[in-house]
Design a protein around this ligand. Structure first.
Ligand SMILES: [Zn+2]
Length: 438
């Protein structure tokens, strides 16, 4: 019998042959994982009977399709350790510092690996974070990427610090978008100087998805030769409108393919539509239509997919092995990596929402992206006005404070009215220009 190769997919007849010698359900499960281009297999992936799974994988290894491997993991952070790291007393990953001995020792597990040639290779990656994070997940992502591919893939991290107040103000948002563009251009130039070419793949979270989406829309208005173009795009906790026009962006070649990995337990995303202009809950319900591969993460909240603290709920057989996977590690392994590597025509199969996400309509226009300023501005101005009056009270005697209070209050209301007018007018102008374009 001809030997297999860990670089190719076994042909259909191979599986038929195996089905005659092993439990059929087991073979079917393994075949599905193989056809999804998994690079590593565990006997626990195949079902509750660990020994039966192992026997099957041993046979596939004997036939040359996979190679046995010993995998070491930290018992606390659950990440993969090199044999050298596993031989130390303490975990050296991400300030985990767990003492192995006190936590039941390093987890050692047998796996079966292969190295299928990717049908698409990742050139470089940009990670864009949300508004209330300093982007610690990007560091973890960089590390996960380097261990996952086993070769260095340049990963550029776009950081802009803590920007909650800025996000609701339109001039600040525009400024952030322009800064992002300038930064992307400089990343590209740096890498080209090192002979790394090709468009970057993008991973964006939360407000980063909004910035990225609107940056792409703006590229459309530039002449083709000046545009920034991107490869595949992974959106997590996305706040773009569910009917966002990815189709036009794909046709123009600004992005090649889009994955929306959404948590249906996300409670932050639904608020976006009322606080940030031209946004919506695609990160909770998916994009409508079939342009985007929508992948549901059942019960996940806004930041869960980026967590390396939270772990998949233990199932009986996994618990017996003391092994669980972090949310982010498993998302990269099971969804993001296949998305980045599969041929274009296979991407639709990743989607869990056949026919697209739930239908969606935007709210009446005075509510879009305006509630946050409406609430925040008086909340800030009222105590400020009162403090001002109190200080005058001390300075100018007991009776005058009422007068000052009135003045302070009126100043606050006037400033507030001006800001609301600006915000409303701007919303209206945006709507009008949208209508003009369509
Ligand atoms: Zn650890």
């Amino acid at each position: 019998m001809a030997m297999g190769s860990p670089m190719r997919l076994p042909p259909p007849e191979y599986w038929v042959g195996l089905g005659l010698r092993f439990d059929e359900a087991l073979v079917r499960t393994l075949r599905e994982l193989s056809d999804a281009r998994r690079q590593e297999f565990f006997s626990r992936d195949l079902g509750v009977d660990i020994e039966a799974g192992k026997a099957l994988l041993e046979q596939v290894a004997t036939d040359g399709w996979v190679t046995p491997h010993i995998l070491y993991r930290c018992p606390v952070c659950d990440e993969e350790l090199t044999p050298e790291q596993a031989s130390r007393k303490q975990c050296s990953l991400f300030e985990c510092a767990a003492v192995f001995k006190d936590n039941g020792g390093v987890i050692r597990e047998e796996s079966y690996r292969r190295s299928l040639a990717a049908s698409r290779s990742v050139s470089w990656v940009v990670a864009i974070h949300g508004m209330k994070s300093r982007g610690e997940w990007q560091e973890r992502l960089t590390w996960l990427i380097s261990t996952t591919w086993g070769r260095a893939i340049p990963t550029a991290i776009y950081k802009y610090g803590f920007i909650v107040p800025g996000v609701v103000l339109f001039w600040r948002r525009n400024q952030l978008r322009n800064e992002l563009r300038a930064k992307l251009q400089s990343f590209k130039a740096d890498l080209e100087a090192k002979a790394i070419r090709g468009n970057p793949d993008v991973i964006a979270h939360s407000f980063g998805t909004w910035l990225f989406g609107h940056l792409c829309l703006k590229e459309l208005k530039k002449p083709a030769e000046e545009r920034l173009c991107f490869g595949r795009v992974i959106l997590v906790g996305c706040i773009l409108r569910p009917d966002f026009d990815w189709q036009t962006l794909k046709q123009a070649g600004i992005v090649s393919d889009v994955l929306n990995h959404f948590g249906d337990g996300d409670c932050v995303v639904p608020l976006a539509h009322y606080t940030i202009w031209d946004s919506g809950p695609s990160g909770r319900q998916g994009f409508t239509g079939t342009e985007v591969a929508n992948v549901r993460a059942q019960g996940y909240g806004h930041d869960d997919l980026l967590s390396m603290v939270k772990k998949l709920p233990p199932t009986t057989e996994r618990e017996s092995l003391g092994l669980r996977q972090t949310f982010m590690g498993s998302a990269l392994y099971k969804v993001w990596r296949p998305f980045l590597e599969l041929p274009s025509e296979d991407l639709a199969a990743l989607s869990t929402e056949h026919g697209g996400g739930m239908s969606w309509r935007s709210s009446v226009w005075p509510l879009r992206g305006t509630i946050f300023p409406l609430l925040i501005i008086p909340a800030l101005l009222t105590p400020a006005a009162w403090l001002l009056m109190l200080s005058f009270d001390i300075l100018a005697g007991p009776r005058r404070w009422l007068g000052w209070a009135a003045i302070g209050l009126w100043v606050a209301i006037a400033v507030y009215a001006v800001l609301v007018t600006i915000s409303m007018t701007w919303n209206w102008l945006q709507l009008r220009s949208q209508q003009d374009e369509s």
